[in-house]
Design a protein around this ligand. Sequence first.
Ligand SMILES: *[C@@H]1O[C@H](CO)[C@@H](O)[C@H](O)[C@H]1NC(C)=O
Ligand SMILES: *[C@@H]1O[C@H](CO)[C@@H](O)[C@H](O)[C@H]1NC(C)=O
Ligand SMILES: *[C@@H]1O[C@H](CO)[C@@H](O)[C@H](O)[C@H]1NC(C)=O
Ligand SMILES: *[C@@H]1O[C@H](CO)[C@@H](O)[C@H](O)[C@H]1NC(C)=O
Ligand SMILES: *[C@@H]1O[C@H](CO)[C@@H](O)[C@H](O)[C@H]1NC(C)=O
Ligand SMILES: *[C@@H]1O[C@H](CO)[C@@H](O)[C@H](O)[C@H]1NC(C)=O
Ligand SMILES: *[C@@H]1O[C@H](CO)[C@@H](O)[C@H](O)[C@H]1NC(C)=O
Ligand SMILES: *[C@@H]1O[C@H](CO)[C@@H](O)[C@H](O)[C@H]1NC(C)=O
Ligand SMILES: *[C@@H]1O[C@H](CO)[C@@H](O)[C@H](O)[C@H]1NC(C)=O
Ligand SMILES: *[C@@H]1O[C@H](CO)[C@@H](O)[C@H](O)[C@H]1NC(C)=O
Ligand SMILES: *[C@@H]1O[C@H](CO)[C@@H](O)[C@H](O)[C@H]1NC(C)=O
Ligand SMILES: *[C@@H]1O[C@H](CO)[C@@H](O)[C@H](O)[C@H]1NC(C)=O
Length: 544
Amino acid sequence: MPGGGALAALPLLLLLLLLLLCERSCPSRAPPETQAVIIGEERENVTLPCSNTSSPEGPVSWYRNEPEAAFLLSSNTTLPPESRYSLVNASSLRITGLGPQDEGNYTCREVLNETLGDHLDHRIQLLVASGPNQISVKISPTGIYPNGSLFVTRGSQVTFNCSSSSHPPPVVEWYFQLPGSDPEPFGTNNENFSYFELHNMSPTLQGNYTCFATNTLSKRVRKVTSELLVYYPPWSAPQCWAETVPAGSMLRLVCRWSGGYPDPVFLWTEEPGNLILGNSSSGVEILNRSQLSDGKKFKCIGNHTVGSGMMGANCVVQINGPTLQSDPMKTCFLGGNVTLTCQVSGANPTAKISWLRNLTQPEEEILPSTRYLITHEDSVSTLTILNCSQGVDEGYYVCRAENPVRVRKVDIWLTVKKPLNIGGIVGAVVILLLLGVGTVSGFILYYSPNICLKVGSSFRGQETSDVMVLVDSQDEEEEDVEEEEEEREEEDLPKEITRHGHIHRVTALVNGDVERMGNGLQALQDDSRETQSDIFQEECDRPV
Ligand SMILES: *[C@@H]1O[C@H](CO)[C@@H](O)[C@H](O)[C@H]1NC(C)=O
Ligand SMILES: *[C@@H]1O[C@H](CO)[C@@H](O)[C@H](O)[C@H]1NC(C)=O
Ligand SMILES: *[C@@H]1O[C@H](CO)[C@@H](O)[C@H](O)[C@H]1NC(C)=O
Ligand SMILES: *[C@@H]1O[C@H](CO)[C@@H](O)[C@H](O)[C@H]1NC(C)=O
Ligand SMILES: *[C@@H]1O[C@H](CO)[C@@H](O)[C@H](O)[C@H]1NC(C)=O
Ligand SMILES: *[C@@H]1O[C@H](CO)[C@@H](O)[C@H](O)[C@H]1NC(C)=O
Ligand SMILES: *[C@@H]1O[C@H](CO)[C@@H](O)[C@H](O)[C@H]1NC(C)=O
Ligand SMILES: *[C@@H]1O[C@H](CO)[C@@H](O)[C@H](O)[C@H]1NC(C)=O
Ligand SMILES: *[C@@H]1O[C@H](CO)[C@@H](O)[C@H](O)[C@H]1NC(C)=O
Ligand SMILES: *[C@@H]1O[C@H](CO)[C@@H](O)[C@H](O)[C@H]1NC(C)=O
Ligand SMILES: *[C@@H]1O[C@H](CO)[C@@H](O)[C@H](O)[C@H]1NC(C)=O
Ligand SMILES: *[C@@H]1O[C@H](CO)[C@@H](O)[C@H](O)[C@H]1NC(C)=O
């Protein structure tokens, strides 16, 4: 019968309801109204308040877990001094030196009326967090500096692993911070470690990498920051050269190897023997004259953090004194200009060229002026002397080339000459010729006026072919070429002696070597006399 069963169960249900109501309202059986959670950290001290709402009026007792399960202490108990438990302000439980075993539920029983047995229970949950105490960061493969900075090579693959442990497990995450910007998180992980890889490292990935491990319970944070530098070697080979230190006879060796990061360091050595001159980041070494000799070699070795393994990361400089080349003698015509040239070769570092006159000791340097023009172009230096004068300008000139390795000098002798008057010589020749012709004509006219008048008339009578037969023209080919020239010249000369041979000689004399002019003139005179007699004879042998 179901109705009877329900009726029988009614008192039981009422009792249950009463019990439930009592759970909520009956003061004697007060359940924990609130469950407070207190978080403590390992090895730290913690104080658990009995109630966060009110300070209890009566004495309190503390239990581990449920009441009666494990009595800890009450207001009237006296504890041994070594006890980790104590009562603060007569109600709060203080536990020192927390350990994981302390984690759990605690009940504070507040006694309201001892005789009635009225009490109020407060439950407090204690959580004990631990760590993270350590954090380990592994970035590889990298080089490391004594200050902890890491460096990698551009283009390499780098792995980042950060691990930590805590209770409860920490949140591990990486932050990347570029210089001058805020850190950005990445690689967040809740599993004790955070791992990721970066392929093809580039300079934009250079910066500070920070790993944070955070205890979710205690919010305790540990972090490790690693500075990661992305290095790259220079692309080209090192370059080196020697130069003269301005205002000094010292030599400077310079080595450059740019394009890499960070800047390389340089080692200068003396070849052979690899004697070390110096190690520097500037790549500059200063040497004084005593350390120099002609043909000596110096080697610069470039040392880059990630590029030193490069083959041929060095360069060699050979220093040489200058070599001079010049004409030993020069001539200048009075009132004219002359240019003395001096060529320098083989100098390393480049030589400074100067022109000197050795009229005095020490020799005096010639400075550019209205009389002297000095030019330096590539390896050639010239000194132009304007308006030569015999007394002042004739003499030795010194071309001097100097670099820190050596000084070289070369002497040039300058002669100043009076110019030869070509026009005057030509005039004299012509006058002499005319004189000769006049004399010969006089003779002919005097001794055989008839024949020679005839000769003269036949000559003028266009019988040139006959005359041409007589001509001893040794170079037939030239005739045509020089016809025009001859016609011009013929006007100035008597027609009777118009012969190709003569014209050639006169022309040669005008253009030719002046020194041989005297002899040539003599020859011409002989020649013309000879010719005249030929003409005379030919004409006289003819049947008249
Ligand atoms: C008491 O603790 C409970 C649970 O932690 C909390 O909800 C409540 O706000 C606290 N009361 C006061 C007055 O702090
Ligand atoms: C915990 O309490 C003990 C004893 O009172 C004290 O010596 C110690 O310094 C405290 N520890 C901390 C972390 O406050
Ligand atoms: C301390 O008080 C508790 C309850 O309030 C009682 O049970 C216990 O006997 C008392 N102990 C002493 C030593 O007074
Ligand atoms: C103990 O009581 C004093 C005064 O009422 C209070 O300042 C202090 O914070 C209390 N200590 C704890 C651990 O509750
Ligand atoms: C403490 O109480 C909470 C909630 O009442 C429970 O989840 C937890 O398991 C208890 N802890 C222990 C150690 O008994
Ligand atoms: C406890 O309850 C009894 C009975 O109701 C009462 O006589 C007594 O005064 C109460 N004690 C306190 C301290 O309130
Ligand atoms: C660490 O040393 C390296 C090499 O000397 C340097 O480049 C870097 O700037 C240094 N890092 C810090 C943070 O000082
Ligand atoms: C990261 O490091 C932790 C601790 O050293 C290790 O257990 C874990 O296997 C590492 N992760 C990888 C992917 O190497
Ligand atoms: C890393 O941080 C330090 C300190 O703030 C700073 O001096 C350094 O320049 C940073 N390094 C890089 C590569 O940003
Ligand atoms: C390169 O320079 C570093 C210091 O900057 C030095 O320790 C190393 O020995 C040098 N390497 C060579 C090959 O000179
Ligand atoms: C010499 O040189 C100067 C300047 O170049 C020029 O004016 C002058 O005519 C030259 N004299 C002769 C004779 O060539
Ligand atoms: C100038 O040099 C020449 C050739 O070297 C030398 O013969 C002459 O004595 C020198 N003159 C003076 C004044 O030193």
